[in-house]
Design a protein around this ligand. Structure first.
Ligand code: N01
Length: 511
């Protein structure tokens, strides 16, 4: 795509395109498909991995599956009659994304194996300069708009534990599973008890000789209402018009009822708490172990997890749930604060992701010459409508600040943001704007209102710490209202909230 130009004195060619999209997960793929649909064909998708899929390409751990119902976890414009169960396993989601990408006819604009080194706004040219490396080759792209769909849960966070770097056995993060390591009969440690760990533990328990699960905070876990679709159901989903949409709509509205229950009136979460307590009682007989896994914070404060197999796995003979703090790791063992040393062959760190300190923001340089990370270090992670940021013209962040969900599908949020992007591009085209940048005052009041609302939520008041909160205790990751509220807010591009600029004056010949 684009035009290749080599500017005088520049070391490498610059390819000009209208739009650069970063990332080929749900977000980047959605943006690519919708831009192409609007006739905006001059774009490139830069993806550091070798395939589409994002988080669903990277998280290949045993047991990986979605905890959002399948019918909701797909694009509204690309329903999937192939789902085999109500909660899809990772390979099905990855296959779905591959199919959607290949049928979209946009794959020729995807550059795999391409890492974005930095992206810098050139205010005079009103363009982003995006520098990349692909293998040993450097490439530079110049684009009017930059769409960042690099994911909010994509950069693994390793625990800061003394000696962990010296461990001589195998150690890997849940999102970078090492399939070459055979766990059969091994002594394995899993650090963490979040959404990833509770899917991993039952699978590892089946094969490991011994498994130590290191729990810092017990999570709330309700039963997983999963079931395989019957042949009749699958046939109906595939062939009877409207059935799939009816399933989707039913799940969607059921999920929206969680918003007031879990976020604003924790008391209403009482039945869910009872369900979670019954889940513990059903899975574990030993009163001491039951006590260890019973959480001490309001349900909903951290992500509510779903599993039918985690508690029975913890109760198995070859598993130990360790609640003492990890003091250090030696080349052969994990040592806890009480002085106990447990020898292990493999350590699996299921310790989550960089969420409020997204690494890509260190490499996005805005109009004032500072990085987005620097801006956010000063003001906290914040964007206007979760998508655009003052000082960073023509930048659209998909899955940006305060767009995460605890209750429903991120695909819905992504589609809402892509709708906003499309409307922005239409407005720019019709009104001949070269630059749109959200106004500081408008962005501030959007975020002030959001944070005011946040104070009433269980995420602030539920007595837990979680990746939802930044170091100042502000929730800068989740959306505190209904998803249809978000969609309504992003339906149209509100140009009045933006400082806009026309096309740059053509350069005087000879300059
Ligand atoms: O990560 P997490 P995750 N020493 O951050 C513990 C999505 N997701 O990968 O609770 C010891 O939730 C930490 O302890 P604590 C979903 O949105 C979805 O599991 O902080 N322990 C916690 O137990 C999810 O929320 C799906 O005290 C340490 C765990 O590690 C998000 O991804 C599946 C530690 C980290 O939990 C992240 O989930 C998987 C340390 N130094 C993920 N540092 C599905 O759709 C951290 N921990 C199914």
């Amino acid at each position: 795509p684009g035009t290749e130009t080599t500017s005088e004195g520049a070391a490498e060619a610059t390819t000009e395109v209208d739009h650069v999209i970063v990332g080929a997960g749900f977000a980047g793929l959605c943006a690519a498909i919708k831009l192409a649909e609007d006739g905006e064909h001059d774009f490139v998708v830069l993806e550091k991995g070798g395939d589409v899929g994002g988080t669903w390409r990277d998280n290949t751990y045993p047991g990986a599956a979605c905890d959002v119902p399948s019918q909701l976890y797909s694009f509204s414009f690309a329903p999937n009659p192939e789902w085999t169960s109500s909660f899809s396993p990772q390979p099905e989601i990855q296959a779905y994304l591959r199919r959607v990408a290949s049928e979209s006819g946009t794959l020729d604009r995807f550059r795999f194996g391409t890492r974005v080194e930095d992206a810098t706004w050139d205010d005079e040219a009103a363009r982003w300069t995006v520098r990349t490396t692909r293998g040993g080759t450097r490439e530079t792209w110049s684009a009017r708009t930059l769409v960042v769909g690099a994911g909010g849960l994509s950069e693994p966070k390793l625990p800061d534990i003394e000696g962990i770097g010296d461990f001589a056995g195998h150690l890997f993060h849940s999102a970078r599973w090492d399939h070459d390591v055979d766990l059969a009969g091994k002594r394995v440690a899993v650090i963490g008890t979040g959404a990833s760990a509770i899917q991993i533990v039952p699978e590892v328990q089946k094969v490991a000789g011994r498994l130590d699960v290191y729990q810092r905070t017990a999570p709330w876990i309700i039963p997983r209402a999963d079931r395989t679709y019957s042949a009749l159901e699958r046939a109906a989903l595939r062939h009877v018009p409207g059935v799939q949409r009816a399933y989707r709509t039913a799940v969607y509205w059921a999920r929206e009822t969680y918003v007031p229950a879990f976020t604003f009136q924790p008391g209403i979460a009482f039945p869910a708490r009872k369900l979670a307590e019954a889940n513990i009682a059903r899975g574990i007989r030993d009163p001491a172990l039951r006590k260890k896994v019973t959480p001490h914070f309001a349900l909903g404060c951290k992500r509510v997890l779903i599993s039918n197999t985690y508690y029975p796995a913890l109760a198995a003979d070859n598993v130990d749930l360790v609640t003492d703090r990890i003091a250090r790791v030696t080349p052969t063992s994990v040592v806890t604060a009480d002085g106990t040393e447990r020898e292990v062959d493999v350590i699996i760190v299921a310790t989550g992701f960089h969420t409020t300190d997204l690494p890509i923001t260190e490499h996005l340089v805005g109009r004032r010459g500072r990085t987005l990370a620097d801006r956010w270090r000063e003001s906290g992670m914040a964007a206007y409508k979760g998508t655009t940021v003052p000082e960073f013209p023509n930048l659209f962040m998909l899955v940006g600040p305060n767009t995460g969900l605890g209750h429903s599908s991120m695909v819905f949020m992504i589609e809402s943001q892509v709708q906003y992007l499309r409307q922005a591009l239409r407005t720019m085209r019709v009104s001949s704007y070269a630059v749109v940048e959200p106004r500081e005052d408008v962005a501030r009041s959007w975020n002030d209102r959001l944070q005011q609302r946040m104070k009433r939520t269980v995420w602030h008041r539920g007595g837990c710490s979680s990746w939802y909160l930044d170091e100042h205790g502000r929730n800068t990751t989740l959306w505190p209202r209904t998803t249809f509220g978000f969609r309504a807010a992003l339906r149209d591009f509100d140009a009045a909230a933006y400082a806009v600029r026309g096309a740059p004056a053509p350069l005087t010949p000879g300059t």
